[in-house]
Design a protein around this ligand. Structure first.
Ligand SMILES: C[S@@+](CC[C@H](N)C(=O)[O-])C[C@H]1O[C@@H](n2cnc3c(N)ncnc32)[C@H](O)[C@@H]1O
Length: 398
């Protein structure tokens, strides 16, 4: 497509359709699909096209709302507007509407990719829509100010505060000037302690505040973990997920259970209590730091063994057939090879924790090919104001 044919910069009036995976709503203009940001289903909006790479679809931002949805609210953040911060997708929707949109996306992915008709309810976690995010990544602009990237852009939008972040976290980062172009990792833990690391584009990372250790509480334990390793960013999420995983895993004394993509062993600790001293739990995790944290935190549970490595490599070397498998892969999911290898071991129950509904649906379809049925599903709004959603699925063998 030549520049003359590109729609980038053009404004078109559209009727906004359903929400799609990724948080944009689908609209049509002159036979092309337009993925619209800052809109809601049922609205009539003026869209400015922001990205047109040719082909059947392009992307745009709703720059004017001509007919508003009843679900529309005023964003609490002054940076949540077209051309503004790329972080929050749905500040312009009520909390109830945000959860309904997420439920629609999960149901649509399960229908399209796993051919399943599931009624999905996205449950609210305690704490509301703001002040929840305990881990934040920022970037430093050309003046040394911390900010966030624009949507699908390298542009840095300076931010003095962030309404979804834990109070004080982003404000703290604004107390000083930073190395231009650096990335900042900010964490606040269950004690309310702030930890900040600066990663300059060149040279060594710098611990600026805190000691690099976060103390978290979940699954009835206190965890001392790397402040910048993986931990759920919503302060309630780890505990909620661990409870559902425990209930659905339902491992029995003496069982063998695997916790794949296990981090520091959050779910492994729950499985360990269930299988008891005569059972065994294997946690597989690729990040050495998380495994070191896990070994130190679960020293009282000798039935837990950690294996460092990629699940796809380590699986073949694990002996035996577990009764229960818990897996919590990153966004891209476990993938067909891992699903096939797991199903071949024949666990009775698979508890799948998923941060991406499309990957979940693909892997559910993979398990279905081996006779595993989706028995239960819960979804949690662990990322309010964004399009992200956390699901837990129980798969059982028919
Ligand atoms: C979504 S986190 C879950 C961690 C843990 N279950 C928890 O809730 O704290 C995914 C974890 O998988 C690890 N990981 C990513 N890809 C992996 C792979 N291919 N094999 C093993 N671990 C992997 C990451 O380091 C991360 O700790």
């Amino acid at each position: 497509m030549t520049a003359a044919q590109s729609w980038t910069g053009r404004q078109v009036e559209v009727e906004v359709g359903a929400v799609a995976h990724g948080g944009h709503c689908v609209a049509r203009a002159e036979g092309r699909v337009v993925f619209v940001r800052h809109a809601l289903p049922g609205e009539r909006v003026l869209v400015e096209i922001t990205e047109d790479k040719g082909g059947s679809f392009c992307r745009g931002d709703a720059v004017q709302v001509l007919e508003a949805s009843a679900d529309r609210v005023d964003p609490v953040c002054p940076l949540a507007h077209p051309g503004g911060c790329g972080g929050c997708d749905w500040q312009h929707a009520s909390g109830q509407a945000q959860r309904a949109l997420k439920a629609a996306v999960v149901a649509e992915q399960l229908s399209r990719l796993a051919k399943l008709d599931v009624d999905v309810l996205v449950e609210e976690l305690p704490g509301g829509l703001v002040d929840w995010r305990t881990r934040v990544r920022m970037v430093v602009d050309g003046h040394g100010r911390p900010g966030f990237r624009g949507h699908r852009s390298h542009k840095v939008i300076p931010a003095k505060r962030c309404p979804i972040a834990a109070p004080g976290l982003v404000e703290d980062a604004n107390d000083q000037r930073w190395t231009r172009g650096a990335e900042l990792e900010l964490t606040t833990d269950a004690r309310g302690r702030v930890d900040i690391v600066e990663h300059p584009q060149r040279g060594r990372s710098r611990q600026v505040e805190g000691d690099g250790v976060a103390v978290e509480r979940a699954a009835g334990r206190e965890w001392h973990v790397d402040a910048h390793g993986f931990w759920q960013v919503h302060p309630e999420a780890a505990d909620y997920l661990a409870e559902v995983v425990g209930e659905w895993a339902a491992a029995r004394p003496g069982d063998t259970a695997w916790d794949l993509y296990g981090g520091a062993g959050l779910f492994g600790s729950v499985l360990a209590e269930q299988v008891g001293a005569e059972g065994s739990v294997v946690v597989v995790e690729s990040a050495r730091g998380a495994v070191a944290d896990g070994r130190a935190n679960l020293v009282d549970l000798p039935q837990v063994r950690f294996r460092v490595g990629l699940v796809e490599d380590v699986l073949a070397r694990l002996h035996g057939s577990p009764q229960v498998v818990v897996l919590d892969p990153p966004r891209k999911g476990a993938g067909r090879a891992v699903v096939d290898a797991l199903a071949a071991r024949g666990p009775d129950r698979v508890v799948y924790v998923a941060c991406d509904p499309a990957a979940l649906a693909r892997d559910v379809a993979g398990f279905a090919a081996h006779g595993y049925r989706l028995d239960r599903l819960r979804a949690f709004d662990a990322f309010p104001m964004t399009h992200h959603v956390e699901c837990v699925a129980l798969l059982v063998r028919d």
